[in-house]
Ligand binder design. Sequence first.
Ligand code: F3S
Length: 427
Amino acid sequence: MMRLKQDEIEMLEGKQGHAVQRAMELLVKYGEALGAEEFCDTANVCGTMSNTTPFLNKILSDFKSYDHMMSELNFDCSDVYDIPEVRCFSCQLEHGLDPDTYQIQGISQSKYEINAKDEEVEKRMNVNLICTCAPYLTGNVPVFGEHCAWMESSAVVYINSVIGARTNCEGRESAAASMLTGKTPYWGLHVPENRLGDYQINVEYPVESVRDWGLLGYYGGWAAGEKIPVFNGIQGQPLLEHYKHCGAAGASSGGTEMFHVVGRTPEARTMQEAFGGRKPKEVFTFGRSEARQMYDRLNSTAKSDEVDFVMLGCPHYSLKQLWQAAMKLRGKKVKDSVAMWIFIPRALKEVSDRNGYTKIIEDAGAVLMADTCPALGRLMPQGATHMATDSVKQGHYIPAILGLQSSFGSVDDCIEAAVSGRWKGEF
Ligand code: F3S
């Protein structure tokens, strides 16, 4: 049984309204199933109320009203018809489409309208429409030690590892319930001893680029599974983009929710601190042959070198990546037979327009998109058969989700493929 504080008991008794009561009931069941003994307060929740994934579209007609559907899908109950405002700072992660470019994405008008309705309800609930899988890039940056309740595996691993904030990888229902209550079960990565490293990975292959860090993260996820990998021996200063791609990759090949980089990330200033004095469960080496294995695995579905789709921006591109892509595309032309889509957080679109990046990208024949991505929205250019990407995560999922061939490499490889229509990337 969980120990409940007075405010939690009152929520459970319905003193804060029926919807909050239902949300609290859900969290208590969830916490007890996990073995949590208490809740912690959170003032930072990222989840989704979006109903634009293909799976959810099929059942829209089963509900009496939009709030009724939201209650069933987000709070796992069927008797909340009036969803109140959230109780703490809450953000919507990515949607299933970009309302500005949905027609290019091949999305129907009816799905666009569902998205608009979702946003209307979220605004009424006071959920911030940040609409990105990387909220830490644009407006929601937690601090060290802050208890959060976030969905989205790549964002979870980033804020745990790089910032030292604390979150488990929440689900749609638990995140929504946390929005209405400001509570999340105190278990998993909220508890300091659970944040210690499990597996040591000695890094002997020099990881210098986003591509290399993606390969390292992919290896870490494979080696450590759902446990915490500790990368040892990193030379040089890793950048935000390196960590972003490393975490997203680890959450794809394994269940990485946190990693440590000895001497770099905040809870691993030393090996001693990373492991808390415990012995690693196992020690691995990431050398050239391991990096090569990961690279080959990510390129295993490519049957030809002809590329007709280039996808950049998974996780959504940072401002620096957007700037780099614009500079690399300046004066170039994407081949007529290739569609090039670049995904960024909505908030960076304004910056991009103002800096002239959008014009450079569009003049080159590429399209800037926000709010979603191919893997999440199940979207791709009509007739696409072979995608090139600089993202391990996208390269991992797209062949399975959309049946496309996939080639993974550096951003330069991808831009070259966009211009020539051919994949020339090499390890
Ligand atoms: Fe984001 Fe989609 Fe990648 S939601 S992390 S761009 S799979």
